[in-house]
Ligand binder design. Structure first.
Ligand SMILES: [Zn+2]
Ligand SMILES: [Zn+2]
Length: 345
């Protein structure tokens, strides 16, 4: 409680001096206002500068992208059904396998050798079991074609019902940026809760256990999942943003490509420099009941990352801005040579 001096009447022009505690409070408030004020100014200046440069880049290259889009429309036609269903399928298939195959080559050949130092769980999948790999490739193709295409058809009709941007003009840079932010937030909510639901004991053994056959995942296991899980946990959370916003098909392609790159990285088993950290989802595969989300915000809120935060993996959970492998920058506490293969965290 703040102490105040005793009331001294109205006589004279006496000015009550604030007590030391009140002075402290005023001083703290002043400092807080100064910090908040200057932080806001710096933040706004940086934000304006950043968006200015990005907008400048977009403005300079905007014609380029519009020109590319025009060429796509001239080549494949502007049928909204074709662009949304088959266009999205082709884009996602291309992104998944063009990057997925590079990671798979790293896992099957163990080359280049220096990349072994960036393994999240060293000693695992060196090399990956051939039959397990074939099974994964077949299931992923099943999900991409026999689950993905019907899902895209349903998505198209839902979007058409809701109404979405079918203009031959690409949306503006700022609008795409805004849509991507909303998509990321909605995906986090959709993925976290559906994923956590699949960990319920009644659902886990029937559906999600399949995805967890890989305790040390590789990139292309990203959508190695039961078809029901693929619909509810992988496809629907990604589709949520475009459905709410009525996004342009080009934004959908961009968003889908970003989510594929993100999930390939999260499952890759490699924590590479300048790449977002895959430690949290890798830890999920290792420990099963930790880190259900993508961003980690809901895990923090629900306390479902407590063991992760207490582990050594958490200290490595950052984007490495140097070539030093995370395991060497933040080594395990155990003496070298005593660690169990793939179980260090
Ligand atoms: Zn996974
Ligand atoms: Zn899981």
């Amino acid at each position: 409680m703040v102490e105040t001096e005793a009331y001294q009447g109205d006589q004279g022009m006496a000015v009550r001096k604030p007590s030391p505690a009140a002075a402290d409070l005023v001083s703290t408030l002043k400092k807080a206002l100064f910090i908040i004020g200057s932080t806001t100014i710096v933040f706004v200046a940086l934000r304006n500068s950043l968006t200015y440069h990005l907008q400048h880049f977009w403005g300079a290259s905007g014609d380029f992208w519009q020109h590319q889009w025009d060429k796509i429309l001239q080549t494949f036609g502007d049928d909204p059904y074709f662009l949304m269903v088959y266009g999205s399928t082709i884009v996602s298939y291309f992104v998944y396998w063009s990057i997925g195959i590079l990671y798979t080559l790293m896992d099957t050949t163990n080359k280049p050798a220096f990349l072994r130092r960036y393994k999240v769980q060293p000693g695992t999948n060196e090399p990956v079991e051939p039959w397990k790999l074939v099974k994964c490739i077949l299931w992923v193709h099943f999900n991409q074609f026999f689950v993905g295409i019907p899902f895209s058809i349903a998505s198209y009709y839902l979007l058409a019902l809701r109404g979405y941007d079918q203009s031959p003009q690409l949306p503006t840079f700022h609008w795409v940026l805004f849509e991507l932010i909303i998509c990321i937030l909605l995906e986090e909510v959709g993925f976290y809760y559906s994923h956590r639901l699949f960990h319920h004991r009644l659902l886990y053994k029937h559906f999600h256990k399949m995805h967890h056959e890989w305790q040390s995942p590789i990139a292309i296991t990203a959508i190695y999942a039961h078809p029901l899980e693929h619909i509810c946990s992988n496809l629907s959370p990604v589709f949520l943003g475009p459905l709410v916003l009525g996004s342009h098909v080009a934004t959908v392609w961009l968003w889908v490509s970003l989510t594929i790159l993100s999930t390939l990285n999260a499952h890759s088993g490699y924590h590479l420099p300048f790449f977002p950290s895959p430690e949290a989802h890798d830890f999920h595969h290792l420990k099963f009941n930790q880190c259900y989300g993508v961003l980690g915000v809901l895990d923090l809120l629900h306390g479902t990352d407590d063991k992760f935060r207490a582990s050594k993996c958490f200290s490595r959970h950052l984007m490495m801005l140097s070539l030093i492998p995370p395991r060497e920058a933040y080594p395990d506490d155990e003496p070298k040579g005593k660690t169990v293969k793939g179980k260090q965290c």
